[in-house]
Design a protein around this ligand. Structure first.
Ligand SMILES: Nc1ncnc2c1ncn2[C@@H]1O[C@H](COP(=O)(O)OP(=O)(O)OP(=O)(O)O)[C@@H](O)[C@H]1O
Ligand SMILES: [Mg+2]
Length: 388
C-alpha cells in the first residue's frame, strides 16, 4: 500500500500541510528543525499509534492548539481509503475510516502499515529491555491488529493488580484482599500468556527474514538470532529491568503450558510482590536477547554491527509484514539514517529498499542519499512542504 495524500493540521510545527506523495521513493530535504521528522512521525503515528520520539501524543499537538489532525488517503491494490485521526489535548481522541467514526481509535490499526528506521533504533540493540519489548510488541500489533486490545487489557489488569498489591501491603494481606488478588491473577495470566505466546510466535516467523536482512546489509557471515528471556521461568525473582540478565530463556510455545508456568511462578513470588507492591512476573518484565553468532549484541557487538543489527530488525519487519499481511509492502520510513551510514551500507540499503512500494526518506542534505533513491523530492522549511 502507499499514501497518495497526507493532510496535517496543527500537528507539531505544522499549521496545515497538504502533501501529494508518490509511490516509490519520496525524499524530504531541509535544514535541521524544519519539520521533516514531524511529517514522517505523523504517518508513523497513524499507522502504529506510537511515535519513535515520545511516549504520549500530546507533544504532537501544535503549541497552544487544542487539537491536531492527521489525514491520509491510502491506496491499496483495489481501493482507496481515507484514514483520519484527531488528537485532542483535553477530550478523547477520535478516528474515522472513510468518514465513518471508528468505535475506538485503535480500530484504525492495520490499515496503514509502516516500518520506521531511525537512529534511535540503536537503543533496541544497546539499551534496556523496554526498547526491545516496544519493538516486538509494535510488530505483533501490526501483524495481528486485534492484539492492540490484548495489550490494553493486560496494561489495565496490571495497573489494577499493582494498586491492589499496594493496598494489601499497607493494610496487611488479609483474606478478602488475597481472594480479590486471586481473581486478578486469572486475567493477568490469561492476557499475559497470550502476549508471551504471540511474541514467541513472531520471533520464530521473523527469524529467516532477520537472517537474510543481516547478511545483506552487513555482508558478514554472522548469524543474528533472537532469544526470549522470561520472568515465568526458574526461581530467580527479577525486581527491575536492570537484572533482566538473570532470566532464563523460554522456548515453550504452548499456551496451556505457558499459563501453568505463569501460575506457579506467581505463587512463588507472591510474598515478594506483597512486600514490594508491584507485579513481578509477566511480559512487562521479559526481554529479548539479540544474539550475533554466539554472543549477545548488547555489550559485545561493535558500533557498526549494532547499526547493522538495528537496521536488519526493521528490514526483516518489512519482509515479515509483506509476507503476513494483506496490505502488501508497508511504507518504509528512513528518518535521518543516511548521514550515519558508511558508503558501503548506504549503497546496500539503497539497493534493498528501492523497490518497496513507498519509501519516505528524510535528510538534511540530498547529497547524503544515494543517487538511485532520488525520485520525488520535497523541500521542508519552517513547517511548509514544497515540491522541489
Ligand atoms: N507541538 C509542537 N508545536 C510546535 N512546534 C513543535 C512541536 N513539536 C515540535 N515542534 C518543533 O518542530 C521542530 C522540529 O521539527 P523536526 O523534528 O521535524 O525537525 P527535522 O526537520 O526533522 O530536523 P533534523 O534535521 O534536525 O532532524 C522544532 O523546531 C520543534 O520546536
Ligand atoms: Mg529529523
Amino acid at each position: 500500500m502507499y499514501i497518495k495524500h497526507l493532510s496535517l493540521a496543527h500537528f507539531r510545527n505544522y499549521e496545515t500541510a497538504e502533501v501529494e506523495l508518490k509511490p516509490g521513493v519520496n525524499l524530504l530535504v531541509g535544514p535541521n528543525g524544519q519539520g521533516k521528522t514531524n511529517l514522517v512521525e505523523a504517518i508513523r503515528y497513524l499507522s502504529t499509534l506510537s511515535s519513535h520520539r515520545v511516549a504520549g501524543y500530546v507533544p504532537m499537538i501544535r503549541q497552544e492548539q487544542p487539537q491536531a489532525v492527521v489525514r491520509a488517503l491510502a491506496s491499496f491494490d483495489d481501493r482507496d481509503m481515507l484514514i483520519e485521526l484527531e488528537l485532542n489535548r483535553t477530550t478523547p481522541n477520535k478516528a474515522r475510516v472513510n468518514k465513518s467514526p471508528a468505535a475506538r481509535v485503535r480500530d484504525i490499526l492495520g490499515y496503514v502499515n509502516s516500518v520506521t528506521f531511525a537512529p534511535e533504533d540503536l537503543d533496541i540493540v544497546k539499551r534496556d529491555p523496554s526498547n526491545r519489548r516496544a519493538f516486538i510488541d509494535e510488530l505483533v500489533v501490526q501483524v495481528w491488529p486485534r492484539f492492540a486490545g490484548v495489550y490494553s487489557d493486560y496494561e489495565r489488569v496490571l495497573k489494577q493488580r499493582n494498586t491492589l498489591l499496594k493496598t494489601a501491603r499497607q493494610t496487611g494481606a488479609k483474606g478478602s484482599a488475597l481472594s480479590t488478588l486471586d481473581a486478578w491473577d486469572q486475567s493477568l495470566i490469561s492476557y499475559g500468556s497470550e502476549i508471551i505466546a504471540a511474541r514467541l510466535d513472531l520471533v520464530e516467523r521473523l527469524r529467516p527474514h532477520l537472517f537474510e536482512a543481516y547478511q545483506s546489509i552487513a555482508i558478514a557471515n554472522n548469524e543474528p538470532k533472537i532469544l526470549v528471556r522470561s520472568s515465568l521461568l526458574g526461581s530467580a525473582i527479577v525486581q527491575s529491568d536492570e537484572d533482566a540478565e538473570n532470566l532464563e530463556f523460554i522456548t515453550i510455545t504452548d499456551r496451556q503450558e505457558i499459563e501453568e508456568l505463569y501460575r506457579s511462578k506467581l505463587t512463588l513470588v507472591r510474598p515478594k510482590e506483597l512486600e514490594r507492591g508491584i507485579t513481578l512476573v509477566g511480559p512487562h518484565r521479559d526481554d529479548l536477547v539479540l544474539m550475533l553468532g554466539t554472543l549477545p549484541a548488547k555489550g559485545y557487538a561493535s558500533h557498526g554491527e549494532s547499526w547493522s543489527y538495528a537496521l536488519a530488525l526493521r528490514l526483516a519487519s518489512i519482509a515479515l509484514l509483506r509476507a503476513e499481511t494483506r496490505s502488501g509492502d508497508p511504507i518504509l520510513i528512513l528518518d535521518d539514517v543516511f548521514a550515519e551510514l558508511d558508503a558501503g551500507r548506504r549503497e546496500r540499503l539503497a539497493a534493498m529498499v528501492a523497490n518497496n512500494e513507498q519509501v519516505l526518506i528524510t535528510a538534511a542534505v540530498a547529497e547524503d542519499v544515494p543517487q538511485q533513491l532520488i525520485a520525488t523530492v520535497f523541500r521542508v522549511a519552517s513547517g511548509q512542504v514544497t515540491n522541489g
